[in-house]
Ligand binder design. Structure first.
Ligand code: C5P
Length: 316
């Protein structure tokens, strides 16, 4: 019988995204607070004959070739573990897509993390979480977080993680226009073009700015599990470049603020805007008010909640 594992791959939102400055590798030094949410893709990995990596997806817009991060994850595993790859053969990856793309919700990264975890199980490699995260970091900055999930502070490129206390009972409304993706490289490049002159020049100054962000009020609010303060302290530097360029995203943020919520912010490089609420009922009310204020069929809305885990096995 062919062996397979089915995994849940949760999306993330950024409760905080501070750009500290430039790094020698061309990336940005960041301080982020990342939070897993209930909205998730489902990824099944299955052993197949031969040595191929095959991807299928229930959403036709998702590339099923070598450009998909899920494919790159399987390829990285076979290159790192050639004996296991030879013994177990190829891998078929089936993705049930629920997380929108180009949304700032790390959908592609979540699928990629699920493939790493799934192949570790398929090939009985017994990798530790930290070994999986080292592999994940080779594929993208937020993939290590997608492996472990929960609530974490991320520094470096986004791959250096420190867990924060779990936040329970915070609900999220997500709003995104269906055909409005934002390119992450574009957002960072534009931020550098506009604000590069403010980046600290010396390593000491960079470190000082990073430490100030890391010990800021948001981190205190999370330590105290203070939902109201978390809502008030949401922060994302990339809003400074994405909102002026995408007035529709700005408008969603304005509507959430008018409706009233614990706080509203764009996630990652957008284009998703989220609003936080203290109960499922409050989140449902925000969602239906948004639907009636913006009766556009292209606007997609979700009600979900903070989630304490990253990739996990689906219940059978
Ligand atoms: O690592 P990842 O592939 O997710 O990054 C996508 C792009 O976002 C990078 O190519 C880079 O342009 C930008 N980025 C950055 N600094 C980071 C993370 C991402 O400039 N720390």
């Amino acid at each position: 019988m062919t062996r397979s594992y089915t995994l849940i791959a949760p999306a993330k939102i950024n409760l905080y995204l501070g750009i500290v400055g430039s790094r020698a590798d061309g990336f940005h030094e960041l301080v982020m607070v990342l939070q897993s949410i209930g909205l998730a893709d489902t990824v099944t990995v299955q052993e197949i004959r031969g040595q191929d990596i095959q991807i299928t997806c229930d959403q036709p817009d998702v590339p099923v070739d070598e450009t998909n991060l899920a494919w790159k994850a399987a390829d990285l595993m076979r290159r790192n573990f050639p004996e296991a790859a030879a013994k177990h053969g190829g891998v078929a990856i089936a993705i049930q897509k629920r997380i929108p793309m180009g949304a700032g919700l790390a959908g592609g990264s979540a699928d990629c993390a699920a493939v790493l975890v799934g192949i570790d199980l398929l090939w009985n490699l017994g990798l530790t979480q930290s070994e999986l995260q080292d592999l994940a970091a080779m594929l993208g900055s937020d993939i290590p977080f997608c492996v472990s999930g929960g609530t974490a502070i991320a520094t470096g490129r986004g791959e250096v993680l420190d867990p924060l206390p779990d936040l329970d009972n915070i609900y999220v409304v997500l709003a995104k226009y269906r055909d409005l993706p934002v390119s992450t490289p574009w957002a960072y490049k534009t931020f550098r073009a506009n604000f590069g002159h403010t980046y600290p020049e010396s390593p000491e100054a960079l470190d000082g700015r990073k430490r100030a962000m890391q010990s800021g009020e948001m981190m205190q609010a999370i330590a105290h599990k203070d939902a109201k303060a978390i809502g008030r302290l949401l922060y994302n530097d990339l809003e400074k470049v994405v909102l002026p360029e995408y007035p529709q995203v700005q408008a969603l943020r304005d509507r959430f603020a008018e409706i009233g919520c614990l706080g509203t912010m764009m996630s990652g490089s957008g284009s998703t805007v989220f609003a936080l609420a203290e109960s499922q009922e409050a989140a449902e009310t925000i969602c239906s008010k948004m639907r009636s204020m913006v009766p556009d069929e292209d606007l997609e809305l979700w009600v979900t909640q903070f989630n304490q885990s990253g990739v996990r096995l689906a219940a059978t």
